[in-house]
Design a protein around this ligand. Sequence first.
Ligand code: PLP
Length: 484
Amino acid sequence: MNTSEFRKRGKEMVDYLADYMEDIDRRRVFTEVQPEYLREMLQKTAPGKGEQWENIIRDVNNTIMPGITHRHGDVANFPTGNSYPSILGDMLSNAIRCVGFSWAASPACTELETVVMDWLANMIGLPPVFLHETGIGGGVIQSSASECVLVSLLAARFAAIKDLKRTFPFLEDGVLLSRMVAYRSKLAHSWVEKAAMIAMVNMRELDTDDNFSLRGATLQKAIDEDRKLGLIPFFMCATLGTTAVCSFDNLDELGLICERENLWLHVDAAYAGSAFICPEFQPYLKGIEHVNSFNMNLTKWMLVNYDLSIMWIRDRKLLTTALGVDPLYLQHQNSDQAVDFRADMFITAPNTTSSSTVVAATLTAVAVVVAAAEKNYVFPPTFQHTRLGKKFGDLVRNDSRFEVIGEETLGLVCFRLVGHNYHTQMLLRAINMSGKLHMVPALINDQYVIRFAICAQNACEDDILFAWNVIGEMAVDVLEACRS
Ligand code: PLP
């Protein structure tokens, strides 16, 4: 493709995308395709010669689009942010194609990232120590929340072993590790457990209270029990906005204990993090002064396209020392003064490829953050989704066939048919098969619930009423079938 064709096709592509975004309501939400459907439609080997652009777009329409979940009526999982500024930011960064694996590789990449991380830290109310400008910490873009949790666990593990070596200089790292223990609540995202498996860390799962919140007393009891057994508690992962039910661990209580007991406290706020921009959600951050590291996803609620999670750390040297490498080909004469994300803040993915994503993400974040500042743009989804969540919760509560589990603090409502789990399982299957909505389940204290997560950027009251009608109709059929 030469430049003039690129100009032509690029403009067509913008129209194609705008049409897609505008017409998305008319598409079936949840796909009907079966496993391997695409293999049967595509040729067996890569094309031997270049294809006409029109044919490529035709194939996208005929083969790819039928297998896509179109997210306007998708109330599953959590929002996956997207917006016009985000798409434009991606286009720009794809063209610049700069690699940011060291400050010297493309100084603007690193500098932009540190500035934007500070903007965001200020927006959500993190203490100054988490800012590049004012603290010894700072923020860094990672691909996913899962990666942020893993990175913080690895850094905490390294710091704890280093500390223990002062007392037990002749013990092998592996021996020390076998005595160390970490904690999470039973509602932590499954990736926290997986991170512990990768890091080969013993991790205990702790119970939550009646509001699905992990409390200080539970953590303290576990620490006391483990110390009695000769174990060494070193890490706690708290969640603000759990995946299953959007509950909030009690940061204030956990923070005091972690500080006193010398545990690294990481906070996973993948979904709820963006909400802290709004003053009414700031109380959930009480205790943030005790936190060592914190992550949130811009890709969930900040209108930024995949992949973009941010991890802030109180002391970034703890990452450098834990995970830093310093090959000759990445060294440069400004190493002493500049942040080098490859080492200073550690990016887990292979650095050349991820750096371009990082830059893309940063630029898209800039577009969104600037839009937020100028047009108050970021706030409507949070306000609107929270308001609609309450509205949906009220509809469910007013229907005696259903019950709401947990509180609808943000845009997530967990509900079920009163009675046996099987009824709710049948209901979910019927809803998803209808193609009108897409939802996923969760198991909360052995109760099977359907998660209704408001995802669409411009969701409105009509969407909620539409969804509730679909659910109501399906419930009639399911309850009738269960009775007969
Ligand atoms: N943590 C929480 C609380 C989440 O809700 C999720 C996903 O929904 C994750 C972690 C995983 O996020 P990611 O896909 O960015 O790894």
